[in-house]
Design a protein around this ligand. Structure first.
Ligand code: CP
Length: 376
């Protein structure tokens, strides 16, 4: 992966070319070389954008995204990424589609994908359903294209499912690489549960973080109260990745313990697992289950990122995917201190989406980016 100071972009052209036609539905889909290639392209797009170089590599193409949950940043990043690539972005509310009337994900994939040139999906509320929807949607358009015998590529971008939030996790990795000179090896990173009274948040952000950051030799600590475990598959991957990368991964039930000596803290809320699982089978009781989740959260109001806890750290970088519950997950003072950094963190997602779309669709991408870099 190139660094911000390289005179050239120094891209691994073969590894980038190997991403043609691929969709990243969760970060473990890409091995470390493939992930490195993707991140290097995202960083190249960030540098080109900062230098004012236009990158219309996919003109007159449609980038269609469907959101089955609320979003500010990811919708905006999708639109910004598509516009910078010369594509036309369209974003629709999932509840307004025929999925709400029972049309399957596979049918929806074929119908949307025959018109669009890339599909983005957010489907993060019910455990197991988002990832299945993404896979079936991709099968729908892939089968349709195979029936036509067309080489046309319609990558599917996971804009957050129940397991992973890959554009967020990769954006967070980019932010950390920028902060720590391209390498997070040996950095003590605390991913912690924090109190939220607003709504029961998906597990996919902390899961995405531990699955991805564990690949790069970080010393990761996951902190959570009893009753808030993440899914086993994400924990198993975090352990395996940490062992392979020479980092470490541990779980604690003490937020102070996680913060002590940390270089980075990422305190955010997620829902209690047994009630998240109950949502899967009791969809007619979502309101009642939500109220029970918030009542359970309320037992842990002291899980807040405040100045006392920041004082336990090694002058830590505070991170959050946003939106944060100010006064619950984090104090207003800590939030204010890191406001610019949080915006910088959020801004990386734009370039991650550009990289996912361009690597999947543009042959000879590395050479094209190098040529564009020379024009600045
Ligand atoms: N962090 C994040 O995904 O933000 P949005 O929910 O606003 O897209």
């Amino acid at each position: 992966m190139s660094t911000q100071t390289d005179p050239r972009l120094s891209l691994d052209a073969d590894a980038i070319q190997a991403l043609l036609g691929r969709s990243l539905l969760k970060t473990p889909d890409y091995d470390t070389r493939a992930m490195g290639a993707l991140v290097s392209v995202a960083e190249a797009f960030a540098r080109l954008d900062a230098a004012g170089v236009k990158t219309p590599l996919l003109p007159a193409e449609l980038a269609y995204a469907v959101f089955f949950d609320n979003s500010t940043r990811t919708k905006s990043a999708w639109a910004g990424a598509a516009a910078r690539l010369g594509m036309q972005p369209v974003i629709v509310d999932g509840s307004s589609t025929q999925v709400a009337h029972g049309e399957t994900a596979e049918e929806t994939g074929a119908m949307l994908g025959m018109n669009a040139h890339a599909l983005g999906i957010r489907h993060d509320l019910i455990l197991g359903e988002g990832r299945a929807f993404l896979q079936d949607l991709k099968k729908g358009i892939d089968d349709y294209n195979a029936g036509l015998g067309t080489p046309r590529q319609v990558p599917v971008v996971n804009l957050q499912c129940d397991l992973d939030h890959p554009t967020q996790a990769i954006a967070d990795l980019m932010f950390l690489r920028e902060k720590f000179g391209g390498d997070i090896r040996g950095k003590k990173i605390a991913v912690s549960w924090a109190y939220s009274p607003s709504y029961a948040k998906p597990l996919s952000v902390p899961q995405g973080l531990i699955m991805l950051l564990s690949r790069y030799g970080a010393e990761l600590t996951l902190a959570q109260p009893e009753g808030y475990p993440l899914l086993d598959e994400s924990l198993d991957l975090a352990r395996a990745h940490s062992a392979a990368s020479g980092g470490s991964f541990r779980v604690t039930h003490d937020m102070d313990d996680a913060f002590r000596g940390a270089d980075v803290v990422y305190p955010k809320s997620w829902g209690p697992l047994t009630l998240m699982q109950e949502r899967v089978t009791n969809k007619d009781k979502l309101g009642e289950i939500e109220a029970r989740m918030l009542a359970q959260n309320a037992q842990f109001t002291d899980w807040i990122c405040d100045e006392r806890r920041m004082g336990l750290t090694h002058n830590a970088q505070y991170m959050h995917c946003l939106p944060a519950d100010i006064g619950a997950e984090v104090t207003a003072g800590v939030m204010d201190r890191f406001r610019f950094d949080l915006a910088r963190e959020a801004n990386q997602k734009l370039y991650v989406i550009m990289a996912m779309l361009a690597t999947a669709k543009v042959p000879g991408l590395a050479a094209q980016l190098e040529r564009l870099w020379e024009t600045r």
